[in-house]
Design a binder for this molecule. Structure first.
Ligand SMILES: O=C(O)CCC(=O)C(=O)O
Ligand SMILES: [Fe+2]
Length: 319
């Protein structure tokens, strides 16, 4: 079993090939909570600049410096590293990309005089990734039956994007590939994973097997997070995934995830709730959900989203 790539190269909304691609993206998201797309959004120059120049330089800073990357809006918002459960893994993130102010604040944590080339690279990468994410999310929502332009626009207007750069170090003396990040679902709306040359991302299929997403240069994976599960009224399910890295090659990956702005409410889109699809989740505060997911109760729960805001079977709710 494999997840078939969907070719988005050269597509324009409503143009030739758009409807077919939209249906293929939607089918993949419904089946796997994930789609792998082939695209022309992230060219070789920008990937080289990020993965070969910027990220190795960034991760070479001492841990004390990397720890200056702090965000408190969500747990694990800034630097992650030196965790026994995630041996060899480190990551840092920049909020509100591609906003130039947030990117240069991040750069100054490492380069007090600033680093225009780092800023340009991360802003350029983020801009292109966001465009791709917006295309794919639009396709899924349309593919599920959302026709209201207002609903689609307001969905995107409330989102803010974070670029998380991750490094998975090698484990000397150990020849086997190992699970470097255990299986989980992302709490976000969607996350886009861009790999560079070294494999690692694995997605669980319905039969319980793991599908390794090939690290092909002109592809990336877009994963459904728990919040999109709420928005689509459960029509797409958050993707269960993990990272399994080879022992002998350093791996870098870049993730672009999105969250609604603080103070917003996430709710199922009206067009996705009807008699055949009764409301599955109560409207919720996305940041409260993140706190719950990481709480003891959330961690213990088999289905944190359902425990947090699921509509119980006997419950009567007005749509
Ligand atoms: O590095 C990757 O390929 C994915 C990492 C991931 O799943 C995460 O950080 O949530
Ligand atoms: Fe993840």
């Amino acid at each position: 079993m494999e997840i078939k790539k969907v070719d988005l190269r050269g597509l324009e909304p409503g143009g030739p090939g758009w409807d077919g691609a939209r249906d293929a993206v939607t089918a993949s998201m419904v089946a796997y909570g994930c789609v792998v797309v082939q695209h022309d959004g992230l060219d070789r120059d920008i990937r080289q600049a990020l993965f070969v120049r910027a990220m190795p330089e960034l991760f070479a800073f001492p841990v004390e410096t990397k720890r200056r990357n702090v965000y408190n809006d969500v747990q694990y918002g800034g630097y992650i590293g030196q965790l026994p459960a995630l041996a060899g893994y480190e990551s840092m993130s920049i909020k509100n990309v591609p906003d130039a102010g947030f990117i240069s604040d991040f750069a100054r944590l490492f380069w007090p005089q600033g680093n225009p080339s780092f800023c340009e690279t991360s802003a350029g990468f983020a801009r292109k990734a966001i465009k791709l994410e917006q295309t794919v999310t639009r396709m899924v929502l349309e593919g599920l039956g959302v026709r209201s332009k207002r609903a689609l626009d307001s969905h995107h207007d409330q989102l803010r994007y974070t670029l998380r750069m991750a490094h998975y170090g090698t484990s000397p003396g150990d020849d086997a590939a190992k699970v470097s990040m255990p299986e989980h679902r992302d709490y976000v709306m969607t996350s886009m994973v861009v790999q560079n040359q070294v494999e690692g991302l694995e997605v669980q299929l319905n039969d319980g097997s793991w599908y390794a997403v090939p690290p092909e240069p002109d592809t990336c994976a877009i994963l459904v997070g728990s919040l999109l599960q709420v928005v689509t009224n459960g029509r797409v399910q958050a993707c269960l995934h993990r990272v399994k890295t080879p022992s002998n090659r350093d791996r870098f990956s870049a993730l672009v995830g999105c969250m609604p702005i603080q103070g917003s409410t996430v709710r199922a889109m009206g067009e996705l709730v009807d008699e055949d699809h009764p409301l599955m989740y109560h409207p919720c505060d996305p940041y409260e959900y993140v706190r719950f997911q990481f709480s003891e109760e959330g961690r213990k729960s088999k289905d944190a989203l359902k425990a947090f805001c699921g509509v119980a079977k006997h419950e009567h709710v007005e749509a």
